[in-house]
Write a protein that binds this ligand. Structure first.
Ligand SMILES: [Fe+2]
Length: 288
């Protein structure tokens, strides 16, 4: 199963990745002066962070109308092919908040509960996966609501160095099935069947499709997948050099190539609700 990322090519890629990777979250911030017109230096800095870490943090000095500002930043980074999922509005953005609204109510992202480790859109078809997402903080929670993230390429390297069998098991084409979603007799989303790790055809780099959710999910029944999942989940629940933890403040955001991430549970203040704006895109962040 590793033949599509043959050892010698893997080692060259791995050494370059490790040489360029930045382990300090604070160093990944790029200050944005005018969201409607990014400077070449701002675009280059975000792009460089996404090449080394698949993620950049941003801090916006003045934002004006925030939806327009975020759509504009994302478009200037090449993120235009937005994922029209159930809750997205016409500009592809969605407000992430604790709400009982009929379209969002019942889904964990739109509650104050913790979100386990996942990549966005893991339930999409393999040819329509989410390549990138952005998360922008309008108001943080009073307590909690922190994000953790891990660059999937670094996780791939960690696991392959630990034991290549883990990568082999989780690269099986039918490792993880998310069953179809039904509304009565009608199928509103087809079943999604695919691997956890795969080599992206365009970039020739490892990508990931994963969720820690326990219900309504089918792992291929085999001892090697069970062992690999045990290793993966043990690693995710710990702390390491490649675990990043950060609580976005007002005016701060993340743009990333769909890194693995989670969120802690939160408590809101009585005056201001926790409010974030998220965009999801099929393509990845452009390189400048
Ligand atoms: Fe997410």
């Amino acid at each position: 199963m590793l033949e599509n990322f043959q050892q010698q090519r893997y080692e060259t890629w791995r050494d370059e990745k490790l040489a360029n990777y930045c382990s300090k979250s604070e160093s990944l911030f790029v200050e944005i002066n005018d969201p409607l017109k990014l400077s070449n230096a701002e675009k280059k800095a975000i792009s460089n962070n996404c090449i080394s870490n698949n993620l950049s943090l941003i801090r916006i000095k003045s934002s004006g109308v925030i939806r327009k500002a975020i759509s504009s930043i994302n478009a200037q980074l090449g993120l235009v092919d937005f994922d029209l999922h159930l809750c997205a509005e016409d500009d592809g953005l969605v407000v992430i908040e604790d709400t009982k609204s009929p379209t969002k109510g019942g889904y964990v992202p739109y509650s104050n509960k913790a979100l386990n480790w996942h990549t966005d859109g893991y339930y999409n078809q393999m040819d329509a996966l989410v390549g990138a997402f952005s998360l922008y903080c309008i108001h943080p929670a009073t307590v909690g609501g922190e994000n953790q993230w891990i660059d999937p390429e670094m996780l791939y390297i960690h696991l392959r160095e630990l034991n290549p069998d883990i990568i082999c098991a989780l690269s099986q084409p039918k490792a993880l099935t998310i069953p179809a979603r039904r509304d009565g007799n009608k199928i509103v989303r087809e079943a999604s069947i695919g691997p956890v790790f795969f080599i992206d055809k365009a970039s020739q780099k490892p990508k990931m499709r994963f969720t820690q959710r326990k219900r309504n999910i089918n792992w291929l029944k085999s001892a090697d997948i069970a062992d690999a999942l045990c290793e993966l989940n043990n690693f995710l629940s710990g702390v390491s050099q490649i675990h990043h933890r950060y609580k976005l403040a007002s005016g701060e955001g993340i743009v990333c190539n769909n890194v693995l991430h989670n969120r802690s549970a939160f408590v809101e203040g009585s005056l201001k609700k926790r409010k974030l704006l998220r965009g999801r895109y099929k393509n990845s962040i452009a390189t400048y």
